[in-house]
Design a protein around this ligand. Structure first.
Ligand code: SME
Length: 160
């Protein structure tokens, strides 16, 4: 982990050890990330809802901080959010205005990172972060965001 993010990841790791529920852990992660990192303007989790009755799988908005988004349920074939889940990979977009997949939450958003949450190798959700700065997310941010997504995945693995 990059040294500048180490104290935050240590804190979040400790929080994961004492969180009362997955919801609680996700809430603490989004709040701390937004409090400590000024370029993280919108921070939220989406959870994958795979309806067993044949309805289309959806990403459903979970805990978040930032502007209210109209995208509370996202089909997997839409958005950067859908792309991260279907590819099972972190997606970083330096300029959302030049990416036709982007679903806008705020006109101020310029760049975005989405990291999948895995449970036993399967994608169950994702951590989505928007910035008002273009190309805001470096490789250090990718490591931090993937670490936070892993904390939630591990928590779910232990809880189930
Ligand atoms: N920008 C995302 C949608 C989520 S909102 O920004 C919070 C996307 O393109 O999938």
């Amino acid at each position: 982990m990059p040294t500048n993010y180490q104290p935050l990841t240590d804190e979040l790791t400790n929080l994961a050890g004492s969180a009362e529920s997955t919801e609680h852990l996700m809430t603490m992660i989004v709040e701390r990330l937004q409090e400590l990192l000024p370029h993280y303007n919108w921070v939220g989790f989406y959870l994958l809802d795979e309806d067993e009755n044949g309805a289309e799988p959806m990403l459903v908005l979970g805990p978040y901080v930032g502007a209210e988004t109209p995208h509370k349920r996202i089909p997997l074939n839409q958005g950067i959010c859908g792309a991260a889940v279907t590819s099972a990979q972190t997606v970083v977009v330096d300029d959302v205005n030049s990416d036709p997949r982007h679903l806008a939450c705020s006109i101020e958003t310029r760049s975005e990172i989405v990291a999948p949450v895995f449970v036993n190798g399967k994608v169950v959700g994702e951590l989505d972060i928007d910035s008002h700065q273009p190309a805001a997310f470096t490789d250090d941010d990718r490591q931090l965001v993937e670490y936070c997504a892993r904390l939630v995945g591990r928590y779910l693995e232990t809880a189930s």
